[in-house]
Ligand binder design. Structure first.
Ligand SMILES: Cc1cc2nc3c(=O)[nH]c(=O)nc-3n(C[C@H](O)[C@H](O)[C@H](O)COP(=O)(O)O)c2cc1C
Length: 222
């Protein structure tokens, strides 16, 4: 008799626990479903600070593009070397076509990824030049940006890039900045990334950038 009571009690307790779990899980599941359903496709552009054909930074961008979710389309900008040298006299409404094209590309995307080496303790001239052409515009204003500096050392360029991004009003967060030191030892000449810790950091950055892109623009839309 006692055993039957115990069994009944146990069954009731299990049912109540199950009910509680379902009651707790359901709102979470609904929230996730709503979030995924509301997730729109985002566009981002990647700018590589190195124009070398065998750039480790370009390989990193290509690797990162595979880590982003299907809700992000990443276009790689290959025209840095086509930009004329920055000249304030030409920095007007009708700027040179390559400059206008760069500005429009940045304006029309939801976020920008910049991946660059360091040259002589600073940003590569080609990248700095492109950013100088954007200073008088608002194309970077409140734009989600991720930055990666992959270099031998890179600390100075990384710091400089953060300062430039802050100056032009980009929305740069802590979890979308990454400094990869000793880059040539971590990225093989065939583009393969061999360092596990770097792979993990890139995965984390991809998640954070993806989230940032959707958080900013989806919350604006709602
Ligand atoms: C002219 C020149 C200057 C460089 N100066 C630096 C430097 O100051 N700091 C640094 O970390 N690496 C420096 N490097 C090394 C590059 O950052 C490194 O080779 C990097 O991997 C190049 O990036 P990429 O493979 O994407 O082209 C320099 C390389 C060159 C060619």
């Amino acid at each position: 008799m006692k055993d039957v009571d115990k069994k009944k009690k146990r069954t009731l307790r299990l049912r109540s626990q199950r009910g509680l779990t379902v009651r707790m899980m359901l709102p979470m599941a609904l929230t996730c479903f709503k979030f995924n359903a509301a997730m729109s496709k985002k566009k981002a552009i990647a700018i590589c600070g190195s124009i070398s054909a065998h750039s480790a930074n370009l390989s990193i961008i290509q690797y990162l593009s595979q880590l982003l979710s299907n809700n992000v389309e990443l276009e790689i900008y290959h025209e840095l070397s086509l930009l004329p040298h920055f000249n304030p006299d030409l920095d007007k409404e009708n700027a040179p076509p390559a400059v206008e094209d760069l500005r429009m590309k940045i304006k029309n995307v939801d976020g920008v990824l910049i991946c660059t080496p360091e040259y002589v303790f600073s940003l590569p001239g080609v990248l700095k030049n492109a950013l100088e052409w954007c200073v008088s515009t608002t194309v970077f204003l409140a734009k989600p940006v991720a930055i990666i500096t992959a270099s031998a050392s890179g600390a100075k360029a990384h710091e400089s890039l953060q300062l430039v991004m802050e100056t032009i009003g980009a929305d740069l967060r802590k979890d979308t900045r990454l400094l990869i030191q000793g880059a040539k030892g971590k990225v093989k000449s065939n583009g393969e990334i061999t360092d596990e810790a770097t792979i993990q950091k890139l995965k984390d950055l991809a998640i954070a950038f993806d989230f940032h892109l959707h958080q900013v623009t989806d919350s604006e839309a709602n």
